[in-house]
Design a protein around this ligand. Structure first.
Ligand code: COA
Ligand code: MG
Length: 293
């Protein structure tokens, strides 16, 4: 799976921002048709995104389009917009049931057959941002082979459940945990909610780090200056890679000697830590780091 550490949101009706976003080369660019675009600008956004997808070279950044929710009047025009232009996939907001994902998946099946494109080539990401979405996480996570990630959306969720947004997101601790657990149970990536304060890099880094600690693999970004801090948090650094390699090497020596658990620096080491070390190396490899050298 390609890394999706920083996924940059860009209002779909703003060509200038799309061009700027591309120069920054985040792992993913998400051109928005939903809440980042005024109702009167939906049509303009569709044609701007179509033009961007057919005219611009996105380099190594993935090309995602966030459509409006499946139960809105916009959805059919949003999906039709994709006709004949290359996109990595579709981000579906406010997902509340497996049926909503399947509906988009079936639309894509027909589209890919008609256009003679690779079956299942267009991917899906679901944003979980309502009480019903959280309640139905299990059926949503297992709904469609096109699904590659679940996103957690704290702002909409707080609105939906009548909660008060807090700096450490404690009002949605359960939902934030449930999203990552369901994603991992179904082999999906987990993408954390955007951080909406634009001038506090330390707090952004903290929030991203908490997500990393929880098992999240990336975070939504809403401004160019958020890309580097987020990407850094979700990329293992040299010291972490060396520590993981050292742990695995020590473990192998102990295994050969017939010892399962042992100690390093006053701490017990056994299989779960080795699995964690291997997972960290996997993340590093996904990020393009040559961990063997
Ligand atoms: N993607 C690409 N470029 C962006 C950007 C984004 N998300 N946000 C800002 N920029 C660009 C601006 O165009 C500006 O470019 P310039 O220097 O070439 O003129 C530069 O970055 C600095 O922007 P700044 O002046 O700090 O912000 P702004 O007032 O132009 O925009 C927001 C602030 C919040 C409106 C903007 O960041 C934004 O649109 N974010 C995404 C919103 C969105 O998609 N929401 C839906 C999902 S939650
Ligand atoms: Mg939202």
């Amino acid at each position: 799976m390609p890394p999706r550490r920083a996924m940059l949101f860009i209002p779909g009706d703003d060509r200038r921002k799309i061009e700027k976003g591309i120069t920054l080369q985040p792992d993913s660019i998400i051109m928005d048709l939903e809440d980042g675009v005024a109702e009167s600008r939906k049509a303009a956004a569709r044609s701007t995104i179509r033009a961007a997808l057919s005219e611009l070279d996105f380099g190594r950044s993935e090309k995602w389009v966030r459509v409006n929710a499946v139960d809105t009047v916009y959805i059919s025009d949003d999906l039709s917009m994709l006709n004949g232009v290359p996109a990595t996939g579709i981000v579906i907001p406010k997902v509340e049931s497996a049926g909503q994902i399947k509906m988009v998946g079936e639309w894509l099946d027909t589209y890919e057959t008609f256009e003679q494109k690779r079956a299942g080539g267009i991917k899906l990401i679901a944003i979980i941002e309502s009480a019903m979405g959280v309640v139905n996480l299990r059926e949503i996570a297992g709904s469609d082979p096109r699904l590659v990630a679940l996103c957690f959306g704290a702002e909409d969720l707080a609105g939906d459940i009548g909660a008060i947004r807090t700096p450490d997101i404690h009002e949605s601790a359960y939902a934030r945990g449930a999203v990552v657990i369901h994603a991992k149970a179904y082999g999906l990536q987990a993408i954390d909610t955007p951080f909406i304060t634009l001038d506090d890099e330390a707090a952004l880094t903290d929030e991203a780090y908490t997500a990393l600690e929880m098992g999240y693999t990336g975070k939504l970004a809403i401004h160019p200056k958020q890309i580097a801090p987020i990407t850094t948090v979700f990329t293992p650094d040299d010291a972490e890679i060396q520590a993981a390699l050292g742990l695995i090497a020590a473990f192998e020596v102990q295994q050969d000697a017939g010892t399962g658990a042992f100690q390093i620096d006053g701490k017990m080491v056994e299989m779960p830590m080795i699995r964690a070390a291997k997972a960290l190396l996997e993340r590093a490899k996904m990020a393009g780091i040559d961990v063997e050298n």
